[in-house]
Design a protein around this ligand. Structure first.
Ligand code: ZN
Length: 310
């Protein structure tokens, strides 16, 4: 609690983004940049009379880009791609190409073929298309039941506080060291909203109240659906959970778009920034399709299709 109270005690986004509580007795500075910064960059540190080890831990972003809030005029502006204000709409976003659909289908078939044992009895499976169906299935050779592969639901929170959004830097793979909204897989027995609240508590030790749904984003290629809620902090406290290296509130102009973990987070935050600039937060539905031939780690290589707003 003390750690997060101190974070909120910082009067500016510049200060609060620089400070990372790493112990109960003091602070160190974490510079989040594609460049190694010298200790002389820590102006806010000395002004606040906080401990500033000269060998403060540094995070070297694997992608290009830097953040104005952290490095002031010595670094370049945030990547323009990440802060694009060009609106996406149904008319501007074509449906997924047939090659994307075929690619998705072959991946799903591969997933089905990798199901070797029945989820119900443990018997061996065979693979085929059952009568009345059109898709390849894994069918148990013992009990005859089908083990289906269905999309996973990921739920999370977009927490806004003092015109900033809360992001967590991942302490786990995939995308270790990159930034994300607090989010994770929905558990059996919980609602999407409850799951988003739980994930936020787990990843950011933050108690939040859901205020509205913000986006549903389907990613057919990997069989995931994201539901992101708007939320607000019940108390002005947060700190890294076991799966986070750190948690920070980012002013919208300083969101690290080039160091985000997933396309879904990139899309969500872009839409949110656009909405804020437009003066109205609305609900978005869309389908994220990877551009054929691009790698999974290239989070910018996507199209947002079927973008609907309400
Ligand atoms: Zn079986």
């Amino acid at each position: 609690m003390l750690k997060s109270v101190h974070l909120f005690g910082c009067s500016s986004g510049f200060v609060s983004n620089l400070l990372k509580p790493n112990s109960i007795v003091g602070f160190s500075l974490t510079f989040i940049s594609s460049k190694r910064l010298s200790a002389s960059s820590s102006l806010c540190c000395s002004s606040l009379r906080l401990s500033c080890p000269s060998t403060a831990p540094l995070f070297l972003a694997p992608r290009t880009g830097s953040f104005k809030a952290f490095c002031g005029s010595t670094c370049s502006e945030a990547n323009q791609d990440g802060t694009s204000s060009s609106p996406l709409s149904m008319s501007e976003s074509p449906p997924p190409s047939s090659s994307t659909v075929v690619h998705s289908s072959s991946l799903m078939q591969e997933k089905i073929r990798n199901i070797r044992f029945c989820q119900w009895c443990g018997g061996q499976t065979k693979h085929g298309i059952p009568d009345g169906e059109e898709k390849l299935r894994a069918i148990c050779t013992v009990c005859g039941k089908i083990t289906y592969q269905n999309p996973k639901m990921v739920v999370g929170c977009l927490i806004h506080h003092d015109d900033k959004v809360l992001l967590c830097r991942r302490k786990i793979e995939p995308s270790y060291g990159l930034w994300t909204l607090p989010a994770g897989y929905l558990e059996i027995g919980e609602s999407a909203a409850d799951g988003a609240i739980r994930e936020t508590l787990e990843e950011a030790n933050a108690e939040v109240e859901i205020t509205s749904p913000f986006a549903q984003l389907d990613i057919p290629l990997i069989g995931q659906t994201y539901i992101i809620f708007m939320g607000k902090l019940k108390k002005p406290h947060f700190s890294p959970g076991p799966e986070s290296l750190e948690c920070c509130l980012f002013p919208l102009d300083d969101i690290p778009f080039d160091s985000l973990a997933f396309s879904s987070m990139l899309v969500t935050l872009r839409l949110y920034v656009e909405d804020v600039k437009a003066g109205r937060i609305i609900f978005h539905y869309g389908t994220i399709n990877k551009r054929p031939g691009t790698g999974a780690s290239d989070i910018h290589a996507y199209t947002l299709d079927y973008h609907l707003r309400s």
